[in-house]
Write a protein that binds this ligand. Structure first.
Ligand SMILES: [Fe+2]
Ligand SMILES: [Fe+2]
Length: 483
């Protein structure tokens, strides 16, 4: 049963996106091209083989035709080498008809070849030379998935230089064609003195190049839903601030809106005052929105990571969007239904660029292990559903893993074939590799696997939770998440 592994190693395997009817699993087989195969089914005994591509080293397996709120078992394979046998649960359907979908592209940092030399560019893999390419690929992907309108909540340009606003005007916005695209500024879009050579035009870029009005906050109505875009950026400052004029406008607009569902979009996170990167006056914002339970979600960018928190009005998801320009090089789709919505983050379908970004993260493997966990979040930070009663469902996975020296890891990967299978990723310690032996939607299955491994291989594996917290509201309050 222990088949030799050969040269193929399943690396960076992850369930990135989980929807109501589809899932995207990605992995790499460095220097060993081969087929992209997934075994998937409703139980470990009923796995159906799907071969999705050949001769790839970056593997992108999108499995479709799944049922909502259903547990699926899966295992990936390339050149006869298998990744960990795992399971995940699809999102529940929000209820009612699907009405429309929106695409979100945050932190695109269109650069026209000029960087601002910030730490993200120097140390954390911000791919300025590919900024436009990544965004346009994401746009193509989102169109294929079927979207009706798009939003870009800030950091559209890298440093608000005239040539960058020109690139947005001439090369980026025309690509949206007849897909309506609404934008609001981020801190980088308001750089003046802080841009290279102090040549930034700041907010003027919005009205001089992009034909926007002086007020950069606005309301968009679509199918009896309201989208409120706020302007939280301040000239030459990275923190956010929401001014009194906008708070008044926000309150009035929400009052006039009645009971229609509302989505709020802004560049800076408003999770709490402890986040120095975020809004400096989050209390003003939360106080203004507290009385409006029809707010469905608050969506923001800026942090270049996937994270879901909760805030006012009670139990509202505060969603941080992935950056297109930097690992995980993602965009998001919100599918709106009569009784709720689903939110999914996707990697742009350029896994070579996703990998390039990850490889530019400092401190080698250790940096990659730490930063990628921050930027990609857990599966419940990338995917969620809000259903009829306003309940939030976030998938969760329990990962069974060991940290080993490289040579031991290779040996274990070989011994673990074909069951339970294994994948490798860098560990937080320099001389170690993280070997993942299973990832399950159920804690019981994960701990069962841990016990089996101890018996089978004499291994002491750990179990860590990746993703959401589907706790009842009263428990979430104890966790301090209702802001
Ligand atoms: Fe950004
Ligand atoms: Fe930002």
């Amino acid at each position: 049963m222990h088949r030799p592994m050969g040269e193929t190693v399943i690396a960076w395997e992850e369930v990135f996106t989980v929807g109501t009817d589809h899932a995207v699993i990605t992995w790499e087989t460095p220097d060993a091209p081969g087929e992209t195969t997934v075994y998937i089914g409703p139980s470990r005994a009923q796995l159906e083989k799907r071969v999705l591509a050949f001769q790839e080293t970056y593997h992108w397996a999108e499995v479709t035709g799944l049922r909502p709120d259903t547990r699926y078992w899966y295992q990936v394979e390339t050149n006869g080498v298998r990744g960990p046998l795992g399971s995940f649960r699809t999102l529940p359907a929000p209820g009612g008809r699907h009405l429309f979908s929106l695409a979100l592209f945050s932190d695109c940092h269109i650069s026209a070849g000029i960087g601002s030399g910030d730490p993200n560019e120097r140390y954390f893999g911000k791919l300025l030379t590919h900024a436009r390419e990544l965004l346009l690929h994401g746009l193509e992907d989102a169109r294929r998935r079927g979207v009706d309108l798009a939003f870009m909540p800030g950091d559209i340009t890298e440093a608000a230089l005239p040539e960058q606003y020109k690139e947005v005007r001439d090369e980026v916005l025309p690509a949206f064609g007849n897909l309506p695209c609404h934008i609001c500024p981020g801190n980088h879009d308001k750089y003046e003195r802080r841009s290279p050579g102090g040549q930034g035009v700041g907010a003027r870029g919005f009205w001089e190049y992009l034909g926007k009005s002086r007020n950069l906050y606005k309301s968009v109505r679509y199918h009896r839903h309201q989208f409120l875009l706020l302007d939280t950026a301040v000239r030459d400052i990275d923190h956010g601030w929401i001014n009194a004029q906008q708070i008044d406008w926000l309150t009035q607009t929400l009052n006039h809106n009645g009971q229609h569902p509302v989505f709020l979009l802004l560049h800076h996170p408003v999770t709490g005052p402890d986040l120095w990167h975020g809004l400096l006056n989050p209390g003003r914002f939360r106080k203004a929105v507290r009385a409006f339970p029809n707010i469905q979600a608050v969506l923001c960018g800026h942090m270049h990571r996937c994270l879901v928190a909760y805030g006012a009005p009670e139990e509202t998801p505060y969603i941080e969007l992935p950056a297109t320009v930097q690992f995980p090089c993602g965009y998001a789709i919100v599918r709106v239904y009569e009784n709720g919505f689903t939110y999914n983050a996707y990697k742009v379908s350029r896994p070579d660029l996703v990998d390039k970004s990850r490889n530019r993260i400092i401190f080698g493997a250790v940096g990659q292990a730490i930063y990628t966990r921050y930027a990609a979040g857990g599966v419940g930070d990338r995917n969620l559903a809000r259903t009829r009663e306003g309940l939030i469902h976030r998938p969760v996975l329990f990962e069974v893993f060991v940290r080993l020296r490289r040579s031991e890891a290779r040996e274990l990967c070989a011994r673990a074939q074909p069951s339970p299978g294994a994948a490798v990723a860098p560990a937080e310690q320099g001389d170690r590799v993280r070997v993942v032996l299973g990832r399950h939607a159920s804690w019981v299955d994960a701990t069962d696997l841990r016990r089996t491994l101890e018996y089978q291989f004499g291994l002491r594996a750990s179990v860590s939770q990746d993703g959401g917290y589907n706790l009842p509201p009263r428990f979430r309050k104890l966790w301090g998440g209702t802001g």
